[in-house]
Design a binder for this molecule. Sequence first.
Ligand code: HEM
Length: 148
Amino acid sequence: MYPYVFSLHVLAATIWTGGHLVLALAVLPRALRTRSPQTLLQFEQAYEHVGMAALAIQVATGLWLALQLVPDWTAWVNPGDAMERAVTMKLALLLATALVAAHARARVIPNLSAQTLPLMAWHVGAVTLLGVAFVLTGVSFRYGGVGG
Ligand code: HEM
């Protein structure tokens, strides 16, 4: 069972982090250059459903994998070793991602204009960096965890 869930987790990671890297490195610079919120909104509309599905798969499979590696979930919030710290780090990244994404969706996207594009760019940059940190923290499990 573990290899199947793990494969699903890695596949969904390519969609979540890969999609945000394409957004940050290809779509966003063009939107800023042309001062076109529409460019960003078009990508957002096309990516939103598949991106949110990938994140949901990520969270469900990630929690399952974490339960196999660190069965005592109290250690997830009170980590004692490097593997437990890696799980705590994943959860902290998830919380940070949810906060930045919720702020973008509730406050920034509804008023998106040429003037507010740079503010949106900060949000895209933050979620993308958090996505890369998710992947690096994921890889750290193979090497004993975080700070081990
Ligand atoms: C967008 C969110 C996430 C991304 C992009 C992501 C990415 C990754 C990647 C790429 C790996 C594979 C590393 C490797 O090849 O060795 C991984 C492993 C792992 N992830 Fe995530 N992850 C995310 C969310 C989560 C969450 C919420 C949890 C739950 C705490 C989690 C728990 C794990 C665990 C336990 C592993 C290790 C599996 C193993 O090495 O056997 N992940 N993650």
